[in-house]
Design a protein around this ligand. Structure first.
Ligand code: DLL
Length: 435
């Protein structure tokens, strides 16, 4: 089923025409309501009249996270405060958080996009759906919550925490759907094992996972352990929150709600636009937002737009999984390292659980990388008393890491359950060099 066939199945010509019309409107709007954008456009000798079709988007300036920080808290807000009905803030680890205000219309569009996502996953009115993203300033909880209500399923606002109580509800209420981070889904599976709940005792069949990078290996593991079908859900607070894009039943890329968020892929260094199929930095322009519209916002997420049409019938463009971030790239002894590269090596070996931590340090002016990785219970039990075997396994993983990363890492095997769990986004890297 498709929630909004008129928009999700538009012909390419109609979509481009709609995007062009909306782009003209939003440029005109920010020019008159956001001094930051008026100044930028004027400095580039541009007026709203110069923007005619969606192709003209390439003439517009970029917006960065730093611009949002510099204009903290409301500098980029276009709508008057009296029109703002909700304020969220993004999870920043450094500096000021990013404040995002939404008008009534913005919240309506967000609900619509979230309903498109849930419908694509197969969620129906008869489902009982647990929202286990954090409720609060983070957009995950309330964003998913509103979408479930819009579809008409029963929402259980479980939020994070209270994992045992939550699992009891999943079992006793016959909860059929869940939205949470993929790492929390694995934590639920572990807690289920500890509580002695088997997947036959629960009715989960659909999961909406996002807010952090995850891999096909994690998908397989979550599906096997929870007995559900796991779908990707992507978004960011600056643009909207969850449901900027979502997977359909084909699970070949995530469809972007491109009537509201116009995607581009650029080379993060030269800023030139890249064609479909090439990996680069994802950039979004909000086409309909009133509260805080953004022109060409640089997400720092690295992915590709997928060419071709999806078999599900939706014509909206798809994006690949996020392969990393242009800014979480670590440079260790001069070599670029993405945590996702470590993850793919760890997950290619059956001895390890998808739980790892990279600790980067600088000792005597030399960068060091330690990779801590959790063992799976069955392998841990059999190796526990044999230090030589543990040593051999550490060496095996270190050799594999070296061949992929081109630098050596010190490997430390950890007992199951000993790497700290997070209920929100998981922490994969501790870079002590910055401290
Ligand atoms: O994480 C919104 C969200 C909530 C999305 C719930 C999906 C589900 P922020 O806290 O602003 O918003 O973080 C946005 O998280 O730029 C990506 O780097 C990452 N991210 C979000 N979804 C995915 C995903 C929410 N499905 C940042 N895969 C983004 C990989 C994701 N990374």
């Amino acid at each position: 089923m498709i929630w909004n066939p008129n928009k999700e199945r538009m012909s390419r010509d109609e979509m481009s025409e709609l995007q062009g019309r909306r782009l003209r409107k939003v440029v005109e709007y920010v020019y008159h309501h956001v001094p930051f954008y008026r100044n930028k456009l004027q400095a580039m000798d541009l007026t709203p009249e110069d923007i005619r079709t969606i192709e003209d988007i390439k003439r517009l300036p970029f917006t960065t996270k730093q611009d949002l920080r510099d204009n903290y808290p409301f500098g980029l807000q276009a709508a008057p405060q009296s029109e703002i009905i909700r304020i969220h803030a993004s999870s920043g680890t450094t500096g000021n958080p990013t404040i995002v205000g939404y008008t009534q219309k913005d919240i309506g569009i967000w609900k619509e996009c979230m309903a498109r996502s849930l419908t694509a996953y197969g969620v129906r009115r008869s489902d009982i759906f647990s929202v286990s993203y954090g409720y609060g300033l983070f957009t995950g909880g309330l964003g998913a919550h509103n979408g479930v209500e819009t579809v008409g399923a029963s929402v259980v606002p479980a939020s994070t925490g209270n994992t045992e109580k939550h699992l009891k509800l999943i079992r006793d209420l016959g909860i059929t759907g869940i939205a949470c981070t993929p790492s929390y889904a694995l934590y639920l599976a572990e807690t289920m094992d500890k509580m002695g709940i088997t997947k036959d005792q629960i009715k989960l069949r659909v999961g909406a996972f996002g807010a952090e990078p995850w891999t096909e290996h994690m998908r397989t593991e979550i599906q096997d352990r929870l007995g559900l079908k796991a779908y990707n859900l992507y978004g960011l607070s600056e643009i909207m929150g969850p449901s900027v894009s979502y997977e359909c039943q084909q699970q070949h890329g995530s469809h972007i709600c491109e009537d509201h968020f116009y995607p581009e892929i650029i080379n993060p260094i030269t800023h030139e636009s890249l064609p479909a199929g090439e990996t680069g930095e994802l950039v979004f322009t909000t086409l309909t937002k009133e509260g805080m519209p953004l022109l060409r916002y640089r997400t720092r997420d690295l992915c590709a737009l997928l060419p071709g049409v999806c078999e599900c019938g939706r014509t909206s463009v798809r994006m690949s999984r996020i392969e990393g971030r242009s800014d979480d790239m670590l440079i260790i002894r001069g070599i670029n390292v993405f945590p996702s590269q470590v993850e793919s090596v760890v997950l290619s070996m059956e001895e390890f659980a998808p739980r790892y931590l990279l600790i980067v340090d600088r000792i005597n002016n030399l960068d060091t990388l330690q990779v801590q990785v959790e063992m799976r219970q069955e392998h841990f039990t059999s190796l526990f008393d044999t230090p030589a075997a543990i040593d051999a396994l550490e060496k095996k993983l270190a050799a594999k890491l070296k061949s992929v990363l081109s630098i050596s890492a010190k490997v430390m095997l950890k007992a199951p359950g000993t790497i700290e769990r997070s209920q929100g986004k998981s922490v994969r890297v501790i870079d002590k060099r910055k401290l």
